[in-house]
Design a binder for this molecule. Structure first.
Ligand code: DGL
Length: 279
C-alpha cells in the first residue's frame, strides 16, 4: 500500500545560508521533520535575473511539495525578493514563509540615525525592499550595500583568514565612517559571519539577524494538526553532498548524509529512492 510522506517543513536556499534559519526552526520545533534544499549548482542567486530565479525557486518548491512539505520557508532573501509573491499567486492557500530585510527593528534601534543593510543586489533592488524603505525608513538614513563577496566568504568559510577579515573590513568600514551603528543582515549567509563581522565593527555596533523571527512565523503558519514525527531531517543539494556534509557539521553541528539532486529540463530529480517507496 502506498504510504504518504511525513508532513515536513521545507526549507530552501541557494546554499548553506538557509541553514542559519533552519537551526532556529530546529530549535523552536525540535520534533518536526525538515527537508532542506540547497541549490548550490546555481549559487550565487544574488546576481541572477529575477525571471531565472523564479523558475528555480518554483521548481524547488514543487519538489518539496512532492516530498511532503506542508509549509515552505524561502530561507533566502534573494529568492524571497524574486519569487515569494509569484509563488503565493501560483499556489493560493499554500503557506510560504519568506524573508525580508529587518529594517523596522534596525530603525527602532539606531541611535545615530544611520542604518546599514548588507544584502545581495536582487534583494536591494527588489520591490519588497523598496516598499520597506518607504514604510519604515522615514527620518533615518539607510545605506544599502550589496555584498556578494560575503556570500562566497560564508560558503567557503574563509571569514577567519586575514583575507576574509580584509574583505569584511573593506565593506563595513566605509559604512561605519558614515555613522552606521546598526547593520541588518539581509542575506541568510551572513549570520554565519557574525563573529567575524562583530570583531571588525566592534562590540557597540548591533547586527540584526531575523532568523529567530522567521522560525516563529513558520511555527505560526504550520497547518493545524501537523504532528511531530520521528522522521529524520533530510538535506539535499544540487552541489556536492560531501561538501554539504562537512558544512552541516561545521555550521549547525548536524551529522547527516545529504542527498544529491540534479536539474533536468528545469525540474529537480534525485537518485535516491525515498524511504517511503522502499517500504
Ligand atoms: N542566502 C541568500 C540570501 O539570503 C543568497 C545568497 C546568494 O546566493 O547570492 O539572499
Amino acid at each position: 500500500m502506498p504510504q504518504v510522506a511525513a508532513p515536513s517543513i521545507g526549507v530552501l536556499d541557494s546554499g548553506i545560508g538557509g541553514l542559519s534559519v533552519l537551526r532556529e526552526i530546529h530549535h523552536l520545533l525540535p520534533q518536526h521533520p525538515t527537508l532542506y534544499v540547497a541549490d548550490q549548482f546555481h549559487l550565487p542567486y544574488g546576481p541572477r535575473p529575477v525571471a531565472e530565479l523564479r523558475g528555480y525557486v518554483q521548481a524547488i518548491a514543487e519538489y518539496l511539495m512532492g516530498e511532503g512539505a506542508v509549509v515552505i520557508v524561502l530561507a533566502c532573501n534573494t529568492a524571497s525578493a524574486a519569487a515569494l509573491y509569484d509563488l503565493r499567486e501560483k499556489f493560493p492557500g499554500y503557506p510560504f514563509v519568506g524573508m525580508e530585510p529587518a529594517l523596522k527593528p534596525a530603525v527602532e534601534h539606531t541611535r545615530t540615525g544611520v542604518v546599514g543593510v548588507l544584502s545581495t543586489r536582487t534583494t536591494a533592488e527588489g520591490v519588497p525592499y523598496q516598499r520597506l524603505l518607504s514604510r519604515f525608513a522615514e527620518g533615518v538614513r539607510v545605506i544599502t550595500r550589496p555584498a556578494p563577496e560575503l556570500v562566497h566568504l560564508a560558503e567557503e568559510q574563509r571569514q577567519d583568514t586575514p583575507e576574509g577579515r580584509a574583505i569584511i573590513a573593506e565593506i563595513v568600514q566605509p559604512m561605519l565612517a558614515e555613522g552606521v551603528d546598526t547593520f541588518v543582515l539581509a542575506c541568510t549567509h551572513f549570520p554565519f559571519l557574525v563573529q567575524a563581522i562583530q570583531e571588525v565593527v566592534g562590540p557597540d555596533v548591533r547586527l540584526i539577524d531575523p532568523s529567530p523571527a522567521v522560525a516563529r512565523q513558520t511555527a505560526r503558519v504550520l497547518p493545524p494538526g501537523t504532528a511531530p514525527s520521528t522522521t529524520p531531517h533530510r538535506y539535499l543539494t544540487t552541489g556536492s553532498p560531501a561538501l554539504m556534509r562537512t558544512m552541516l557539521r561545521t555550521l549547525i553541528n548536524v551529522e547527516a548524509q545529504p542527498i544529491g539532486l540534479r536539474w533536468q529540463g528545469g525540474i529537480l530529480v534525485s537518485d535516491h529512492v525515498s524511504e517511503i517507496n522502499k517500504n
